[in-house]
Design a protein around this ligand. Structure first.
Ligand code: EPZ
Length: 422
């Protein structure tokens, strides 16, 4: 298996282009199923492994997908099946998002249950319950969710989510665009990716109000049409490189990045000693002090601190002055990076869903491995500042969510390379 080797100690200086948001692109691709017209996406992170899995699924369903550089065109005018099979869904949970669009447009969908994953059990009960409230009949058969709409189509309803869920909000929002009457999603998720999806749906002819708030109102329409949409920059990739630059020192310009989507993180970064400044459509990052300071964080749904930056922030706390308390409230098992960081000399103790990180003056390079995307990148960040060589195994996970991470970091002076495995 392929590996990444990093020799720590180099400062980062230069420019890193930020890619389009993975967690937006994956959902926009599903939204293409809502129309028989062509959809065109710009700033699409086409080289990511998760994007390739989603293309595989859409092509299996009968979509025509074209990719060129960062453009993606999808036409769902000739759908052949309403079934998303286990072999594709198991590779990536984002594929559950075909359920709402298929059901809304064709009246039927069969999607494999995605199963658990390394960061937790991750049920899809909120997706299922919400679709039932829109009138769907749902049965679970041999590991598949089989959903059928009533003869006259889905029916708008008021849905109150008992828990904030990004995926359930997106699935229900897409399904409701073609339902009869009005749907209100209460206690909806407010992530920027949801707003971007909603804005694309509006371009397709959907009637949606309240994006970015916890109450989204959708008035169903008879059909949607094709549209062109530019995907927002990836805020998690942006946050990851901000933390990398803060840890390594130097000055880095993040090209095409949105500072406003990271408002919950900026205060913590500044407390830690990382200066982040907006410069037109870019962000400039530099470390203000010799050694970063420990800061407490707690993950929460947007606009709180994102769980997808928790592992990277923890890597930073490992070398900060003093201690920081990290509390994870979104996923029950998102501390898999802790034992690996400890192998590099970090001082971390976990109690339930909290971890106290006591900064050490230096980490030591080691052979490490992680079992999810953000944990893996946290190990790369630790490697950037560790003494000696760090080998990160199973980079499969990194390639799910970071376009050309080796190229982007080495262009700024990092001593990092990819090694093809036996
Ligand atoms: C999205 O996952 C992201 N994935 C995740 O990013 C991100 O960590 C997460 O949102 C939270 O921000 C994609 O967008 C593809 P949720 P999602 O539904 O939609 C529970 C990454 O690294 N829940 O908001 O699956 C769930 O178990 C990934 O890029 C239910 O109980 O997350 C979790 O505890 C990892 N029942 C909480 O809600 C449900 O039906 C929030 O999950 C659905 C969710």
């Amino acid at each position: 298996m392929d590996k990444i080797k990093v020799i720590g100690g180099a400062q980062l200086n230069g420019t890193i282009p930020i890619s389009g948001a993975k967690n937006c692109a994956l959902k926009l691709m599903c939204a293409s199923l809502l129309t028989g017209d062509s959809m065109y996406f710009e700033n699409s992170p086409n080289t990511l492994r998760d994007m390739r899995s989603q293309v595989e699924l859409l092509e299996y369903l009968g979509c025509a997908v074209k990719r060129e550089d960062d453009m993606m065109a999808i036409n769902a005018g000739n759908i052949k099946t309403y079934t998303a099979p286990y072999d594709i869904v198991r590779k990536m949970r984002g594929s559950i998002l075909v359920l709402g669009p298929l059901l809304a447009r064709f009246g039927e969908a069969k999607v494999s249950l995605p199963g658990g994953c390394a960061i937790g059990t991750r049920p899809v009960d909120l997706h299922i319950k919400g679709l039932e409230e829109l009138g769907a009949t749902i049965t679970l058969e041999e590991g598949y969710i089989h959903a059928k709409a009533p003869a006259g189509g889905l029916q708008g309803a008021k849905i109150l989510f008992p828990k904030v869920s990004v995926g359930a909000t997106e699935n229900l929002m897409m399904a409701a665009t073609l339902a009869n009457g009005t749907t209100v999603l209460a206690n909806a998720a407010r992530e920027p990716e949801i707003t971007d999806l909603g804005e694309c749906l509006i371009k397709m002819g959907a009637k949606i109000e309240g994006l970015g708030t916890d109450t989204i109102r959708i008035e169903g329409v008879k059909s949607l049409h094709g549209a062109r949409h530019s995907i927002i920059p990836d805020r998690i990739e942006t946050g990851t490189y901000i933390i990398a630059a803060g840890m390594a020192g130097g000055t880095v310009r993040l090209k095409n990045a949105r500072i406003d989507d990271l408002s919950a993180v900026l205060g913590h970064l500044s407390q830690a000693g990382i200066e982040v400044e907006k410069d037109g459509g870019d962000i400039i990052v530099r470390r203000e002090i010799e050694r970063l300071r420990g800061v407490d964080i707690m993950t929460e749904p947007h606009p709180g601190f994102p769980t997808d930056l928790q592992a990277q922030f923890m890597a930073m706390l490992c070398i900060a002055e003093g201690a920081g308390l990290v509390t994870e409230t979104i996923f029950e098992n998102r501390f898999m990076h802790v034992p690996e960081l400890s192998r590099m000399g970090a001082d971390i103790s976990v109690q339930g869903n909290s971890a106290i990180v006591r900064g050490v003056p230096t980490l030591k390079g080691a052979e490490v491995m992680a079992t999810d995307l953000r944990a893996s990148v946290a190990l790369v960040l630790a490697g950037l500042v560790a003494d000696g060589e760090t080998t990160v195994n199973r980079i499969y996970h990194l390639e799910r969510g970071y376009e050309d991470i080796v190229g982007k970091l080495s262009a700024c002076g990092a001593n990092i390379k990819r090694i093809s495995g036996e």
